[in-house]
Design a protein around this ligand. Structure first.
Ligand code: HEM
Length: 167
């Protein structure tokens, strides 16, 4: 049994990287608020993420089963690469350097890996559609990812057989 002091230390040890990762992933420098002339000019932190796009196509509602979605995991170069979040399918083909086979986030390609996105986890066992076990904080992270993808990738359809418990 762990002492309460150890639990606090472990809690911080886990929370600090989680907060840092979320911050690094979602930080977008504000260009809207100019600094007063008297203030020293602060250099805005540069986001490591790609910028939102202005040229997205109108969202499509085409139905895909989980089984059909699998072929869009980048292993067939003649097919686009799809990532689904909360049942919404995004075409991430132009980021094959990130989602293609063997790349950093290939675990999310050709499937709905909502739970892993919410948990900030790249473990294969977490990359599943059923996110019903996520707490409020992780659901917020998941919603942020959905919003992030919606601003950057074309929506090509929806998963028609999601696990009922994630609805
Ligand atoms: C030390 C740990 C991590 C570092 C240094 C890191 C770094 C990065 C970087 C540099 C990008 C921008 C990639 C690009 O646009 O080319 C990125 C994007 C991303 N990261 Fe991480 N990451 C880490 C952990 C994670 C974890 C645990 C997850 C699990 C959810 C995750 C999910 C993502 C996703 C989904 C993107 C968006 C890619 C896109 O579509 O633009 N990352 N990360």
């Amino acid at each position: 049994m762990l002492e309460p002091e150890s639990l606090v230390i472990y809690g911080f040890a886990l929370a600090i990287p989680a907060v840092y990762l979320t911050y690094r992933h979602f930080y977008v420098p504000s260009r809207a608020t100019p600094q007063p002339a008297s203030e020293p000019t602060r250099k805005p932190l540069k986001s490591i993420m790609q910028a939102p796009r202005e040229d997205l196509a109108p969202p499509k509602d085409d139905p895909y089963t989980t089984e059909e979605l699998k072929q869009y995991n980048g292993s067939n170069r003649n097919l686009p690469i799809y990532v689904a979040i909360k049942g919404t399918i995004f075409d991430v083909s132009h980021k094959s350097d990130v989602y293609g086979p063997g790349r950093s986030y290939s675990i999310f390609a050709g499937k709905d890996g909502s739970k892993g996105l919410g948990m900030s986890s790249l473990k294969p066992e977490h990359a599943i559609a059923d996110y019903s076990g996520l707490d409020e904080k992780d659901r917020k992270v998941l919603d942020d990812w959905h919003s992030f993808f919606s601003k950057r990738y074309n929506i090509v359809g929806k998963v028609v057989d999601p696990p009922t418990s994630s609805l």
